[in-house]
Design a protein around this ligand. Structure first.
Ligand code: GTP
Ligand code: MG
Length: 338
């Protein structure tokens, strides 16, 4: 006999309505939908990551803004989670192969989704080559280390080369036409344009099943436009916001975000972290989850790739080479003869 009459557990959990498109939200007319789109929230996923202040800036009242965000959040179920649920969420993190087994191992299986990976290094170190490789690899099936999705490529220095994509695709036995079709490319003309491209990216990401967003380079426009000490704070603030936007897209769409950052090596110091000065400064460093330093070597094709900081992986470095085929492992024999 039960001493205490336990109330029957509420079986009928409140059924939440899941919306898949902004236009389905109750009381969102075309004008509000348009306003949301203008400020960069054209999908439920993006809206779920918005802040009330951001929506207020578009003339949406505070109460209404929090209602909209709440509806979007419950639609895609990002809310408070238990530690167990968190573990499940983390287990949805996927890894994208770099084409180098050694580098993939260093990264715990490859480039992670739901995070930002920053490659930094001198000119010619291979940052853009890695971006090209990843734009191809993301299209591979899961069992070949891909994410079965498309790539969004924001190019700030006009260094994207379709011929290079062709070489890499052929090496992987992929149909070049299809690969090219799944790289959605935009050249950013200045830092404002770059920021805008990313703010408008959510719809494209959803429509094309984008699983990798590349910004090559994250910092070049900012560096050339914000010159001098007095502009430093403003530059950092803008970069910070841009990075946060990227991180939110990465989380909302479970995609990998890869950015590059050119650094100047100081010839007077042998390699140490102090020997490089990242253009974006500390803010970029803190927001990105993985920071990877690439360094040239005496061997023309060989690069040293060092994992400098990660929230959960040990530091370490490996060798890779850049060849006709793209990024490749350096064979044992080649390492020994070095
Ligand atoms: P910045 O953008 O100037 O900062 O440089 P980056 O780090 O982006 O360098 P990038 O990725 O453009 O690397 C250029 C280097 O990659 C070249 O100097 C070559 O060493 C190598 N590379 C590029 N294409 C090929 C190729 O088809 N074959 C081989 N073997 N190497 C290549
Ligand atoms: Mg480059």
């Amino acid at each position: 006999m039960a001493l205490l009459e336990m109330p029957q557990k509420e079986k009928t959990k409140e059924k939440k309505t899941a919306f898949t498109d902004i236009s389905e939200l109750p009381n969102v007319g075309p004008a509000t939908a348009e306003k949301l789109k203008e400020i960069g929230f054209s999908t439920i996923e993006a809206l779920a990551t918005a802040t009330v202040a951001e929506l207020e800036a578009a003339g949406i009242g505070e109460k209404r803004a929090s209602e909209l965000i709440e509806m979007a959040r419950s639609s895609i179920e990002i809310a408070w989670v238990t530690a167990k649920e968190l573990a499940a969420l983390k287990s949805s993190v996927k890894h994208l192969t770099t084409s180098s087994r050694a580098l993939d191992n260093l990264l715990g299986g490859g480039i992670e989704t739901q995070a930002i990976t920053e490659f930094f290094g001198e000119f010619g170190s291979g940052k853009s080559q890695i971006c090209h490789q990843l734009a191809v690899n993301v299209q591979l099936p899961l069992d070949r280390g891909g994410l079965e999705g498309a790539a969004l490529y924001i190019d700030t220095e006009n260094t994207f080369r379709i011929e290079r994509i062709e070489q890499m695709a052929r090496h992987l036995n992929l149909d070049f036409e299809r690969v090219a079709d799944n790289i959605i490319y935009a050249e950013a003309y200045n830092s404002d344009h770059q920021v805008l491209l990313l703010e408008k990216a959510d719809r494209i990401i959803k429509e094309h099943n984008v699983k990798l967003v590349i910004i090559d380079s994250l910092t070049s426009h900012f560096r050339s436009e914000y010159i001098g000490r007095e502009m430093l704070a403003e530059r950092q603030q803008k970069l910070n916001k841009h990075m946060h936007r990227l991180l939110r897209l990465a989380r909302a769409f479970n995609l990998a975000a890869v950015v590059t950052n050119q650094v100047m090596a100081r010839p007077d110091e042998f390699f140490s972290l102090n020997a490089v000065s990242p253009v974006g400064g500390h803010i970029v460093g803190h927001t990105s989850h993985m920071r990877i330093f690439i360094r040239k070597t005496a061997g023309k094709n060989v690069r040293i790739v060092r994992l400098v900081s990660s929230p959960h992986l040990p530091e370490g470095e490996v060798l890779v080479k850049i060849t006709e085929n793209g990024i490749e492992d350096v064979e044992e024999a080649e390492i020994r003869s070095r």
